[in-house]
Design a protein around this ligand. Structure first.
Ligand code: SF4
Length: 295
């Protein structure tokens, strides 16, 4: 039996950066909080809490403490509110997310009607919409678009959407707009993880997708994999059922951009344990066959 990991798996640049910022902040003697969970991974959030970085869900709960802004960013109104209250802001917003916010603002200031391909309830998208001056339309796929004459449209996407959905939306929109300005704001880290997962799913008998159930990029990896092969989306090694691997020879493993290395390693070791391959144990994600570090 072989267990291989998708070439690009686990923490992306923006998440690594946010966790580093939070861990550095935890070394000060100050009480630090994050506004909302710093990333969509409950195990990492719990680990940070052990290091003294708590998370709160509203501005009212901050009580003047230095506040880390999570990788998904927060709305313009919230940033302004924090500044008004003189709260010390430790900004861990991913630079690619900040860039998308800037694009949204610029398109609307230039008179484009902004359409966002994204999940309207996702924190990144709720924050993003606040940067649009005026009207905004949010759709999760091309089918959700109500047929209309749209005039001058500026199209952007939540950073974790699939390129396929983005292309489909462009095709549907093109005949409906007098002008369509497309800015591809899908993050490269998302694309490379999706492609690597797709390739591995094609050659595997079973896929394990590891990451938070609240992580949209992990859910997307599971959705892609399900199109090809039996797939299980889990958060931790404790959820693995040895029966899944009966008569399966090629096991594929992939992990969302917010899944910590130590969880991926535990899952890899557990799969091998289920198949009686204890000698294949690893201590680092870099040692899992197939892994390639992102530059
Ligand atoms: S997926 Fe991309 S945009 Fe999102 S946090 Fe990671 S690097 Fe940033």
């Amino acid at each position: 039996m072989s267990v291989k990991i998708a070439r690009y798996s686990g923490f992306c640049f923006g998440v690594k950066r946010a966790i580093k910022i939070a861990l550095e902040a935890s070394k000060t003697n100050l009480e630090i909080v994050t506004l909302g969970p710093i990333i969509h991974n409950p195990q990492m959030v719990a680990k940070l809490e052990q290091e003294g970085v708590k998370h709160v869900n509203s501005i009212e709960e901050l009580k003047g403490r230095p506040t880390i802004i999570r990788s998904h960013g927060v709305g313009r109104d919230i940033m302004e509110n924090l500044r008004r209250q003189n709260v010390e802001i430790i900004d861990a917003t991913c630079p690619y997310v900040s860039k998308t916010q800037d694009v949204a603002r610029e398109l609307s200031e230039d008179g484009y009607r902004v359409i966002i391909l994204g999940d309207k309830d996702h924190p990144e998208v709720t924050a993003l919409r606040s940067y649009v001056r005026g009207d905004v339309i949010i759709v999760n796929n091309a089918e959700e678009l109500k047929s209309d004459e749209f005039g001058r449209v500026g199209l952007i996407a939540q950073t974790t959407k699939s390129s396929k959905d983005f292309k489909e939306l462009i095709e549907v929109l093109t005949p409906l707009c007098s002008e369509l300005k497309v800015v591809n704001t899908i993050c490269n880290a998302t694309g490379v993880r999706q492609n690597a997962t797709l390739r591995l799913a094609r050659e595997s008998d079973l896929m394990i997708v590891v990451g938070g159930r609240n992580s949209s990029n992990t859910k997307m990896l599971a959705k892609i994999s399900e199109n090809f092969v039996e797939t299980y989306h889990i958060e931790t090694a404790g959820e693995i059922n040895a029966k899944w691997f009966k008569n399966k020879e090629n096991i594929g493993l992939t992990a969302g951009a917010s899944t910590p290395d130590w969880i991926i390693v535990e899952v890899y070791n557990k799969i091998n344990e289920c198949k009686g391959n204890v000698e294949s144990r690893v201590n680092r994600v870099e040692d899992i066959p197939g892994f390639k570090e992102e530059k």
